[in-house]
Design a protein around this ligand. Sequence first.
Ligand SMILES: Nc1ncnc2c1ncn2[C@@H]1O[C@H](COP(=O)(O)OP(=O)(O)OP(=O)(O)O)[C@@H](O)[C@H]1O
Ligand SMILES: [Mg+2]
Length: 320
Amino acid sequence: MSVLIETQDLQKYFKTPRGWLHAVDGINLKIDEGQTLGVVGESGCGKSTLGRAVLRLQDPTGGKIFYEGQDLMAMNKKEVRSMCTKMQMIFQDPYSSLNPRMSIWQLIAEPMLINHMYKGDKEGLNKKIEELMDTVGLAKRLTHAYPHELDGGRRQRIGVARALSVDPKFIVCDEPVSALDVSIQAQILNLLMDLQRDRGLTYMFITHDLSVVKHISNEIMVMYMGKCVERAPKRELFSNPSHPYTQALLRAIPEPNIDKRGELQVLKGEVTSPINPKPGCRFAHRCPYVRESCLADGVELQEIAPSHFVACPYSSEING
Ligand SMILES: Nc1ncnc2c1ncn2[C@@H]1O[C@H](COP(=O)(O)OP(=O)(O)OP(=O)(O)O)[C@@H](O)[C@H]1O
Ligand SMILES: [Mg+2]
């Protein structure tokens, strides 16, 4: 399998009145063609910023991004724009990301028209839109409907059709099912998995909910305050979660027989600020296993099993 997307030490900092906010702070990732990387972490840990930075929708502060070995950071604005037929994004809230004044036809046509596809070929465009609606499971009778006339699941299907319209290879799915009812979530996840199988798509699938990526990912990266704290093939991550934060996230997956007090316990402690972060482990203040050295030393990812990386020097002791 060949690597489609790679980042090296990717950083995105935001200037704030209180200093630099390290939203994405040195992320290294690789996604093979046709595979899905799940990116998981709590609100504000930098998932969306990472997704946008990888597509250069937001310019990174530092680091490198490669698409099929091409250096995206070396490209100028025009070259980056031309990449948007290869790399697309699906957003969390299909309501606010769709222009309410545009019909489904217009919404699906828009990315193609912006990219000068089907120029002067109305018939070809109509046919393509019909095909796309069929692919994502939107009835033909809805062609001239408006987003407000549809439920959340169908609106997200428009989002998927828009992303697919330019025939991309890579799609960043930013919490695409988080705003949907559980039953509808499964339908959209199945649709995304079917599309991946049929078209060989590569996904970065962002979510705050580990149970959502359980089905769709090949590999999972857990983020905490701009950093990757653990990365592993999916099965390995679920069977051998090794970073205290990953363990806390797993405990937070609601299961009927889990003690609610256990869930609350993991959220104890002060959340440190991502603005001018101090050296040392960023999870230290909430970690039940914290030691003095955790506050002082920077933590690097270590490979504790094949392709399983953990940013905690004490993980084997904790889990041993
Ligand atoms: N344009 C911006 N200017 C300043 N700070 C920003 C900006 N965008 C994001 N941030 C900050 O960067 C951090 C990461 O935000 P981001 O939206 O990437 O998190 P997230 O993991 O996607 O969260 P959520 O699960 O809520 O979507 C947050 O602290 C956020 O406040
Ligand atoms: Mg987000």
